[in-house]
Design a protein around this ligand. Structure first.
Ligand code: CO
Length: 171
């Protein structure tokens, strides 16, 4: 396994639509393994293939300790219910955060690395992560859906809007 470079906002690869995975081979398993290693290295809870420059419909996530790393291929959100508005961030927009509206619960259909069809139900943070990562596969970033301003963490670990940045106050 190897760490992959994470592309940041401004790189056009993040804005392209990813292609359906058709071949469940050794190379795909290697990509997924690299993405899991990269996600942990960057302290993320999810990472989509376009973020490492690969336009395939694939993401990895690690939300629940007992479940561990999950590889999600060709995801399709087939049902959703309710709404939740929480703070999101993204490894492709380092240091930036915003509130985004997402479904409270959803049902996801996907394939695993063996190409087997799977279904899972998710709510809370896991539902947010699945929506966020699936959006990446369509070239959509959380900032596109932000409710209000993009924020960042100040030195006290508080989320603040850019116009209230510490360095500006001091400068
Ligand atoms: Co992201």
């Amino acid at each position: 396994m190897a760490l992959r470079k994470v592309f940041h906002e401004g790189d056009e690869v993040l804005r392209k639509k990813s292609r359906k995975v058709e071949r469940f081979d050794e190379r795909l398993a290697e990509l997924a393994g690299d993405m899991i290693e990269t996600m942990h290295h960057e302290n993320g809870v999810g990472l989509a293939a376009p973020q490492v420059g690969i336009l395939k419909r694939l993401f990895v996530m690690n939300i629940e300790e007992e479940e561990g790393d999950v590889v999600v291929i060709n995801p399709e959100i087939i049902a959703q219910d309710g709404t939740q508005k929480e703070i999101e961030g993204c490894l492709s927009l380092p240091g930036l955060y915003a509130y985004v509206n997402r479904p409270e619960k959803l049902v996801l259909k996907y394939q695993n690395l063996a190409g087997e069809e799977k279904t899972l139900e998710a709510e809370g943070l896991k539902a947010i992560c699945i929506c966020h990562e699936t959006d990446h596969l369509d070239g959509i970033l959380f900032c596109d859906k932000a409710e209000g301003e993009l924020m960042h963490l100040n030195e006290d670990g508080e989320l603040v809007a850019p116009n209230k940045r510490l360095d500006e106050e001091e400068g």
